[in-house]
Design a protein around this ligand. Structure first.
Ligand code: ADP
Ligand code: MG
Length: 432
């Protein structure tokens, strides 16, 4: 980490990128030729940073720079550039466990807060594939493996506490982005905030949610769980815009929100974006069967997560403080350990449902809206799609007992699809 601004920091434009890369020979070498041979494209489409793709005769690179402000908001919303440091620290920490499921890092420039990494092409953002109705056969399985490995190997199940303490020493400093998560995910959507961007026909829903004490109690529980349950290293923003895919490959990008928190947060975030894609789909271009594909993928994702997480745990032979091996050596104790493992995974599921619901609500009533809904031009139709997602999210937060397993969640999706724009009308059905 470094203080910012440092005198040498400059915002890079596309025109500056060739000279920048020339000044770092190990990167220039990957491109081949000289600066004059390189093509640069500005592909920033996220909320925060600059991203350039560079092609040379020998290869390509992706160059990502943290700007001193939130890119989509402009200079009026300053933002700590050290987020690039946390993204790099996160990627390096997980590399041994997630392998090719993350892009390879080539360089971190801690003066310019520039990360240079493997260029992913022809990969596209998963959200785009979902909007186009293109099934991606590996992604649920791959992301399940990614999250299972991260949640297991960075937890107290897989190492002595000193290792997690060292991680905490780094990631608890990621306070600027943590502030965004706490405010935008858990706080703003339940209050009047000038950052909220609510589709106009949903004002009645927003106002009901602001007045809903049961919902505020539930979200308080979620917020406190997020702040206090230091279980494993989280990506912190694992939505379909943070995953790049082809039909044969999956890559998780953009770990700048990294934080030590409840493992269910990343799981819930991923499922939330599948659920929202499900509610949005009827208003997209016709894609027969795609909603069914989404529900099948949600089931696959959870089943694969569970299998892989338990698999990592059962085959683990190192020393860890969570469940010391010598406490569970005899057959009876080993059987008890197996039931403790299952209980641990059940707790993760409960957390995942809670965070899934929180993530849905923030994407509908909060600042950072998602393209799955925004591409629905007609505001009333968009609000209809969003109302279904909101009604489901409320049900999950206030009635967790309705969702003992992933099948119950999937079975309940259609029940809320017709929630409609008047919450008072549907309140009897959906609030009860
Ligand atoms: P932000 O932090 O601003 O959200 P992202 O890391 O999500 O930025 O990147 C923004 C966009 O840049 C992505 O949506 C993707 O299109 C592109 N991108 C990011 N990383 C890569 C990469 N390694 N290879 C190719 N394109 C990338
Ligand atoms: Mg992003």
């Amino acid at each position: 980490m470094r203080d910012h601004p440092n005198d040498a920091y400059r915002i890079l434009t596309a025109a500056d990128v060739p000279a920048y890369l020339s000044s770092r020979p190990h990167l220039a070498e990957r491109l081949g030729g000289g600066a004059g041979d390189w093509q640069v494209r500005d592909v920033a489409d996220g909320n925060l940073n600059s991203v350039f793709l560079v092609d040379g005769p020998a290869g390509g690179l992706c160059v990502k720079q943290a700007l001193p402000y939130v890119r989509v908001a402009g200079e009026s919303w300053p933002m700590d550039v050290n987020r690039a440091f946390f993204e790099v620290s996160y990627t390096r920490r997980l590399a041994p466990f997630v392998g090719v499921l993350a892009p390879k890092l080539h360089d971190f420039d801690e003066t310019q807060f520039v990360i240079t990494m493997e260029k992913l092409e022809p990969h596209i953002i998963l959200r785009q594939a979902m909007i186009e109705g293109r099934p991606m056969p590996l992604v649920a399985r791959d992301v399940a493996e990614y999250v299972a490995a991260a949640s297991f190997y960075t937890s107290d199940l897989a190492s002595p506490f000193e290792v997690k303490a060292a991680d905490q020493a780094i990631f608890t400093q990621n306070r600027a982005l943590q502030r965004i998560s706490v405010d935008l995910v858990f706080t703003d959507p339940y209050a009047v905030s000038e950052r909220n961007r609510i589709t106009e026909p949903l004002e009645a829903w927003a106002s009901c949610f602001r007045a809903d004490i049961d919902l505020k109690e539930a979200i308080a529980r979620a917020r406190l769980a997020y702040l206090t349950r230091a279980q494993s290293l989280l990506h912190g923003d694992l939505h379909t815009g943070s995953i790049m895919v082809t039909e044969a490959e999956t890559r998780v990008i953009d770990g700048e929100f990294a934080w030590i928190g409840p493992s269910g947060f990343d799981i819930g975030t991923f499922i939330a974006h599948y659920v929202m894609a499900w509610y949005a789909k009827p208003w997209h271009a016709p894609a027969p069967g795609f909603q069914d594909w989404i529900t099948a993928e949600i089931l696959t994702f959870w089943a694969e997560f569970e299998t892989r997480f338990l698999g990592h745990w059962r085959s683990f032979r190192g020393s860890a403080d969570g469940f010391p091996e010598n406490h569970f050596a005899e057959p009876v104790a080993a059987a008890r350990l197996e039931s403790l493992r299952r209980a641990y995974v059940s707790d993760l599921f409960r957390d995942a449902m809670m965070f899934m619901a929180a993530k849905i609500i923030r994407r509908v009533l909060g600042f950072a809206q998602i393209a799955d809904f925004l591409v629905i031009d007609d505001e009333t139709q968009r609000a209809e799609a969003q109302a279904g997602a909101l009604a489901l999210a409320r049900s999950v937060l206030v009635h967790p007992e309705r969702y003992p397993d992933i099948a119950a969640l999937v079975a309940d999706l259609p029940r809320f699809a017709g929630a409609g724009l008047d919450p008072a009308r549907s309140w009897g059905t959906f609030k009860a």
